[in-house]
Design a protein around this ligand. Structure first.
Ligand code: SF4
Length: 214
């Protein structure tokens, strides 16, 4: 049976009550530029690795100009420990240059402009729009994709399909909350292999959860 907008609002308010800040919320005092960089760096890397690394990184490199000045090998060293750190070092340097040369040092705030930056894909761009610019955007990572399918809200194979399907059913005013609520839920309760349905506050709304004997 199709989930209604009212039920989705109820699910979100239940998740909100036990919400723990995600990485981008925990680091919300940083500048839009730093948020783009940290979002890019966080892909395929655990938050517990990314958070201390970016704090150290931004203590040393603050502005796009600082990343432009740094050599690639210097940046590789600073990023060592996160996934694909060599590629990311190059992308952060290139992206910094584009932000300075094309956008006068300010991060652009449209999906098209953001995805034209090196290393910035759909998910990163949508994260930046939602967390930095407070715009309606659904950033679908592995947690959002998995949970939306377990809940039975979508039946999709890829994050792109999930994003499109969620946009059809989630009220637009809640789009920016999808990532923060489901990522946190996916890290603590609806974990990848064996979800903790017995502790889940939204089980009554979940297709998978209802099939589990507790
Ligand atoms: S009931 Fe289980 S599968 Fe459904 S959202 Fe909760 S933890 Fe995930």
């Amino acid at each position: 049976m199709m989930i209604t907008p009212l039920e989705i609002k109820r699910v979100f308010s239940l998740l909100e009550k036990e919400h723990q800040p995600t990485m981008l919320e925990a680091l919300k005092s940083y500048t839009p530029f730093q948020k783009v960089v940290m979002t890019l760096l966080s892909s395929r890397t655990k938050d517990t690795t990314t958070i201390p690394l970016v704090k150290k990184l931004f203590a040393r490199y603050t502005l796009p100009a600082d990343f432009i000045k740094a050599s690639v090998s210097e940046l590789e060293k600073a990023l060592y420990g996160i996934g694909f750190y060599r590629v990311k070092a190059r992308n952060v340097k290139k992206l910094s240059r584009i932000i300075v040369e094309r956008y006068g040092g300010s991060v652009p705030d449209t999906f098209e402009e953001l995805t034209s930056l090196p290393g910035v894909g759909r998910k990163t761009a949508n994260c930046v729009l939602a967390y930095t610019f407070n715009k309606p955007a659904i950033a679908v990572d592995t947690h959002v994709h998995r949970i939306a399918n377990r809940l039975g809200w979508v039946q999709t194979k890829t994050p792109e399909e999930t994003e499109a399907a969620l946009k059809e059913i989630v009220p637009k005013m809640l789009w920016k909350d999808v990532n923060k609520l489901l990522v946190d839920h996916g890290q603590r309760i609806c974990v990848p292999i064996i979800p903790k349905c017995h502790r889940c506050v939204i089980r009554e709304f979940c297709m998978y959860g209802k099939t589990q004997e507790l």
